[in-house]
Design a protein around this ligand. Structure first.
Ligand code: GDP
Ligand code: GDP
Length: 436
């Protein structure tokens, strides 16, 4: 299910980052022991009462080379485009400034719900200061203090009332949601266009059956797919589109909504650091992954070229050893027909459930082949295993001592499970739990 997104906007120094950090406190850390990449700090998960949602700190997108007015306008646009609800942050010690009015004007034009947080109201005596903000026309102003953590509860209660009804998008829709992610210029837009104009691809007329109108549903070989748009695929030329953090944020948002992520690599320029970072997000998020080597037309080839390129990818993306690789040219459309079947296979594996009895046979055979280690004089005992979740497939192994399940043995079990059930393209998670 898609999480609602809240953006914090306001002129510089009203306390956006302070509030953002309060909202996402301690939630940045990824609760997983697989190596990967830590999330960027401008987009993070927060929780209020029983609802989790995502928060964007638009102030965290660095556009310091731009004039202030351009920065503010861009931030407001990002907020409007990306969020369900906007928290318009103001400084209760300074009253309404011309810059606040600029931001307000931009927010009027959007159809997004706006809730005003009047910050820096550090003590109750100052709460008189909030009344003048009614003049901005966004309803009740909420007095808050980012540094003292005051008033946030009332503000959030109101913010939550504006969340769209829980989207049942992924409940009654079994289409395969996938996104194309990668650095600027790897060919994402070209690939979307080529895929959608391919023969036998039927693009849904009404477009955007979800409320993200830029998603494109289509049908191919009797299967329903939705391509989720990522940074810069349709819109061009906005100041902030070039900001790296913004593109990372868009990628994270797309990844979150995808079953399968196709990570594009540019064959012409080769693998870059940024490719690895982006791939790390998909892995961390537990999504299915297909690696797409695009611009294959630009490479001089002999019969070894593909294997050599594959080897490079395997060396550079070791944590993605499960991901299939396809080589294609979005531009000439050569080999482009290999992508959709790979996405389909990965999606099936990502949602696969294996029978408990067969799983346990596989685990017992594995133990017979490679006995469990003895740690501090005590042999690790595996009692049984069960699959507890899909998307990604997640297993719990009950053992006498969870601390004795070291990385290498876990990796061994993972490989046995993969060999037995074929989880191509999907990460799998294995947790050890104590049971005597
Ligand atoms: P941003 O530019 O909007 O992200 O603002 P920051 O979060 O960086 O905050 C700007 C300044 O205001 C910092 O010096 C903060 O410590 C201060 N500040 C933020 N919230 C409060 C608050 O509730 N009360 C007071 N007194 N200062 C605050
Ligand atoms: P995006 O920023 O990832 O959306 O990249 P674009 O789709 O805008 O492509 C960037 C550039 O790469 C454009 O000039 C495309 O024409 C070019 N391009 C995209 N795919 C291919 C390909 O398969 N082969 C070649 N030679 N060029 C490509």
């Amino acid at each position: 299910m898609r999480k609602s997104v809240v953006a914090i906007v306001g002129r510089p120094n009203v306390g956006k980052s302070t509030i953002f950090n309060r909202l996402v406190e301690d939630r940045i850390a990824i609760v997983d022991d697989t190596p990967g990449v830590t999330r960027d700090r401008i987009y993070a998960e927060a929780e209020w009462l029983t609802t989790t949602f995502n928060v964007i700190d638009t102030g965290g997108i660095d556009m310091s080379d731009e004039p202030l007015i351009v920065q503010m306008r861009s931030q407001a646009e990002i907020a409007i485009e990306e969020s369900d609800v906007v928290i318009f942050l103001l400084n209760g010690r300074e009253g309404i400034t011309a810059a606040d009015e600029e931001v307000a004007t931009l927010l009027y034009k959007s159809n997004k719900p706006v809730v005003m947080g009047i910050n820096k109201i550090d003590n109750p005596e100052m709460s008189e200061n909030i009344y003048e903000f009614y003049a901005l026309g966004f309803g009740d102003p909420y007095p808050i203090s980012g540094t003292h953590g005051l008033g946030l509860g009332d503000l959030l209660d109101t913010v939550l009332t504006y969340f769209p009804e829980m989207q049942n998008e992924s409940l009654d829709d079994d289409s395969i949601h996938f996104s194309l992610i990668g650095r600027p210029n790897v060919g994402k837009s070209q690939l979307v266009n080529s895929l959608l104009s391919e023969e036998r691809v039927i693009v849904s007329e009404q477009g955007g059956t979800t409320r993200e109108a830029i998603d494109t549903p289509f049908r191919k070989d009797g299967e329903d797919f939705v391509i989720i748009d990522t940074a810069g695929m349709r819109k061009r030329g906005k100041v902030y589109e070039g900001a790296e953090k913004y593109s990372v944020m868009r990628a994270l948002k797309a990844i979150e909504r995808s079953d399968v992520v196709a990570i594009l690599i540019d064959a012409e320029t080769g693998i870059r650091e940024q490719d690895k970072k982006i791939a790390g997000y998909a892995h961390d998020a537990g999504r299915g992954v297909v690696i797409v080597v695009n611009k294959w037309d630009t490479v001089e080839k002999n019969d070894k070229t593909m294997n050599e390129f594959e080897q490079k990818i395997r060396d550079q993306f070791q944590y993605l050893s499960y991901a299939p690789i396809v080589f294609l040219s979005a531009k000439t459309t050569k080999r482009i027909h290999t992508l959709i079947p790979a996405v389909k296979t990965v999606s099936e594996n990502h949602a696969k459930r294996v029978p408990t009895n067969i799983l346990n046979d596989v685990i017992m055979d594995a133990i017979a082949m490679n006995p469990t280690p003895t740690v501090k004089g005590r042999r690790l005992k595996i009692l049984y295993a069960t699959q507890v979740a899909v998307k990604p497939p997640t297993f719990v192994v009950f053992v006498n001592d969870p601390d004795s399940v070291h990385f290498s043995y876990r990796r061994f079990l993972e490989n046995r499970i993969r060999d037995a059930f074929g989880f191509t393209g999907t990460p799998i998670k294995i947790y050890a739990r104590k049971r005597d």
